[in-house]
Ligand binder design. Structure first.
Ligand code: ADP
Ligand code: COI
Length: 398
């Protein structure tokens, strides 16, 4: 059972202003992913957040941009308390791994990165002015960069130790938690850092006029160029459905999820139709947007996969990519939050079998779902379903 508190967000989409976006993002990041083992923090976060909900105008005021930049100062002060706690939970996670897993040099290296980050952040002097804030932001930027390869390292480490582990759940629980908590930490840090910028339609990492179509077009183009680079050929992507939909959303996790889904469809299509030359069936992406959620379906004619492998496909480190080491693709993920605009290193289509499980963990973390329907011999449909940030529905959890 997940320990979210469900709160109805009354904000109307039309009136979602800067302050509210920050408010939503804050609450969203504070409340997501609380769980029994972290009861102390979760109770604290929950009661704070629920109280905050009933005093929304106070929160709005506090979150509003202020000309003297005191909102940036407050944001840094908030993070300086929040991040060490979250990082401490990650360290506890590593400590609780079975000995044989925790001793793996690559996994140990990640464990040490978190211990180091904990010391750096918890020893940081109290932030009292904008100068202190600037130093803090520099430290955060550096840490984001130092941790950019964490997913690749975990993928590699777990690929090495997996043969010693019989309990699949143990690995899944650890990786789901570690990867989604990391996503939350990075989004919070990125959000803070981007409060310094004036980007049109953005409040921190919240894009208040997010267009699924534009993002899908961008990611499709990127995956296509990867595919052409690797196979010398690639199918087209066509979009349909609610092409003009725009709404507030946080783009970075979608960058990752969509890229992974599209790469899989490209790979399946090319590998199934390699003899067809330039006559490959296109990948069809459909967008459906409604008041409470939005759905993105990626349909390919890449031959599907046997029903018995569908569940396996969502296991960490399951891949049909063969020589795992050569083709790994962690770089893509790792660069996404650190510099969302940068083009990741080209050339990698698949790798450690982290794409689908990570994408699903992120979708769940965002309160949504990722499911796959496959027709062996024909193709695969992947559905990504996510709630709106300002959903009016009771079930939306932030
Ligand atoms: P990777 O792409 O690194 O292998 P993923 O977790 O993204 O890792 O996918 C795991 C496996 O699921 C793939 O190796 C492939 O066998 C299968 N798979 C995923 N998407 C598709 C698809 N659209 N069509 C056919 N098989 C797929
Ligand atoms: C990570 O990216 O792994 C983090 O936790 C980043 C944080 C140390 C700022």
């Amino acid at each position: 059972a997940r320990h979210f508190s469900c709160v109805k967000v009354l904000t109307r989409r039309a009136s979602l202003d800067s302050a509210t976006s920050v408010f939503l993002f804050r609450r969203f990041s504070e409340e997501l992913h609380t769980r029994p083992r972290e009861r102390d923090t979760s109770e604290r976060e929950r009661s704070q957040s629920v109280t905050a909900f009933y005093y929304q105008s106070a929160i709005d005021q506090a979150a509003a941009k202020s000309p003297d930049k005191s909102h940036i100062l407050r944001s840094a002060q908030y993070l300086s308390k929040e991040l060490p706690v979250r990082i401490a939970h990650r360290i506890a996670g590593f400590r609780n791994l079975p000995f044989i897993v925790g001793c793996n040099p690559t996994i140990l290296q990640v464990h040490e990165l978190y211990i180091r980050a904990f010391h750096i952040l918890s020893n940081f002097p109290v932030i009292t002015n904008l100068q202190g804030e600037e130093k803090y932001s520099d430290t955060l930027r550096q840490l984001l960069d130092d941790h950019k390869d964490v997913v690749t390292m975990l993928a590699e480490g777990f690929a090495q130790v997996r043969k010693h582990i019989t309990d699949e759940n143990l690995i899944r629980t650890f990786l789901d938690r570690t990867l989604t908590s990391r996503l939350g930490i990075r989004m919070l840090a990125e959000h803070h850092l981007s409060l310094h910028d004036e980007k049109p339609n953005h409040v921190g990492v919240v894009n208040i006029a997010f267009s699924p179509r534009r993002l899908i077009e961008k990611k499709a183009q990127y995956a296509k160029s990867l595919c052409e680079g690797k196979y010398g050929n690639a199918p087209n992507v066509v979009l349909n459905g609610h092409l003009n939909a725009t709404f507030p959303y946080i783009q970075p996790p979608l960058d990752y999820i969509l890229t992974e889904i599209l790469k899989n469809s490209f790979r399946a299509t090319v590998e199934t139709h390699s003899s067809n030359g330039y006559n490959m069936p296109e990948i069809v992406v459909t967008i459906a947007n409604n008041d409470s959620d939005f759905v993105i379906r990626v349909s390919d004619r890449g031959g599907g996969l046997p029903q018995k492998l569908v569940q396996k496909a969502f296991e960490y480190n399951f891949t049909t990519a063969g020589a795992v080491r050569e083709d790994h693709d962690g770089g893509l993920f790792d660069s996404f939050v650190a510099s969302p605009q940068s083009t990741p290193t080209p050339g990698k289509m698949h790798g450690y079998g982290f794409g689908l499980p990570t994408a699903r963990a992120y979708a769940n973390y965002l309160g949504g779902s990722l499911t796959m329907e496959t027709m062996e011999g024909i193709g695969t449909d992947v559905y990504l379903r996510l709630g709106h940030l300002d959903s009016k529905s009771e079930s939306f959890r932030i």
